[in-house]
Design a protein around this ligand. Structure first.
Ligand SMILES: *Cc1c(COP(=O)(O)O)cnc(C)c1O
Length: 353
């Protein structure tokens, strides 16, 4: 605390990202990064950079990247917004589309950045409890006056997904505020709501290259929606940072998004490992929520989750444990390579013995 801090800064509760340890030799299953590398075409595109390319500012509108995304999702370029990671995109969404007189709605258990943005921008929110199976029940959102609705699909950190028909039902009933579907994990087996964009003008869908495209280090995210929603986000962005996408990120992102084949290869490998890991953990007595993501959410009825996380850490495996009511007995474990999953299962066998 310093007397030079503004009142706003004094009152913030910043988001705490999963640890990025300086130690190598760790099995890092705590922040949902891909265990595989990005498209080799993305690396090749980034390597093309030279002094002339980097001397100049990038295109402030990132037109080539927007066109690439539009082409891949059958949209127009003016239906696409891009930012420095989807966290930045979401920050602009909160300020530009979710800050109204009425409180916004999101699940009680969800991406913990949402309440942080609310605090930063002075947005009221109300949480809507997940049901007993840790699923979002769309019915609980209907008929509630609100300034907007946001949730990840699949949800984080549970991994459970909603069907497209549920999202459509919500959009049919909730017509007076923006519905944001954060699809950070959509490529691991969920149908994208991006196909509904031309039908529902209050729908915004956000994506990231950090998870399924294995480019967390590049910091590129995007949102897709009606051109009027995108124009609102551009007004916020152009009041904040004119050049969020640097030239290396732009080149890498375009090559990565166009490499649909690589995406499918590494996503199906993760899905296969996920199902095998769930079976192995359940053999050890864990109870695991069905996951459509690149992580699982699991608990053991006879062992404290915090202690398990600590015991794994002592064996150089890091997983995520949230000290939050309702979920403090769960571990969120990122799907690693089959080798890493096997090491995790072996460590847990030893710990539980
Ligand atoms: C990882 C994640 C993001 C943010 O991803 P970026 O790396 O900032 O693009 C957004 N929403 C959810 C639910 C996430 O898990």
């Amino acid at each position: 605390m310093s007397r030079f801090w503004s009142k706003t800064v004094q009152e913030l509760t910043p988001y705490v990202p999963g640890e990025q340890p300086k130690l190598t030799q760790l099995i890092k299953l705590n922040t949902n990064e891909s265990p595989y590398g990005p498209s080799p075409k993305a690396i090749a595109a980034i390597s093309q950079a030279n002094s002339e390319l980097l001397r100049l500012y990038p295109d402030p509108n990132s037109d080539a990247l927007k066109q690439c995304i539009a082409r891949n999702y059958h949209l127009q370029a003016n239906q696409v917004f891009v930012g420095n990671g989807s966290d930045e995109v979401l920050a602009h969404v909160f300020l530009g589309l979710l800050k109204h007189d009425k409180a916004i709605l999101f699940p009680d258990i969800t991406y913990s950045f949402y309440p942080v943005y609310c605090k930063l921008y002075g947005i009221d929110f109300e949480t809507v409890p997940l049901n007993a199976e840790f699923a979002i029940d769309i019915k609980t959102y209907l008929g509630k006056a609100n300034g907007g609705i946001i949730f990840p699909n699949p949800n984080a950190p549970t991994g459970r997904a909603l069907a497209l028909s549920d999202i459509r039902e919500l959009l049919e009933h909730n017509t007076e505020s923006v519905v944001v579907v954060d699809e950070a994990y959509v490529d691991f087996g969920t149908e994208s709501a991006s196909t509904l964009i031309n039908q529902y003008h209050n729908l915004l869908v956000s994506h990231t290259l950090s998870k399924s495209r294995a480019l967390a280090g590049l910091r590129v995210g995007y949102a897709m929606g009606h051109a009027d929603l995108i124009a609102g986000l551009e007004r916020v962005k152009n009041s904040f940072n004119s050049y969020p996408i640097d030239r290396l990120a732009m080149a890498g992102a375009i090559a990565a998004i166009d490499d649909q084949k690589h995406l499918e290869t590494i996503s199906s490998a993760v899905i296969k490992s996920r199902e095998a890991l769930i079976a192995d953990l359940n053999q050890l007595g864990f109870e695991t929520i069905p996951s459509q993501a690149n992580f699982i959410f699991t608990c053991h009825p006879k062992h404290d989750a915090g202690q398990l996380a600590q015991a794994l850490r002592e064996r150089h495996i890091i997983v995520r444990h949230f000290k939050q009511t309702r979920i403090d007995q769960y571990l969120r474990i990122t799907i690693g390579t089959d080798e890493q999953c096997a090491a995790l299962v072996k460590a847990l066998q030893a710990i539980l013995a």
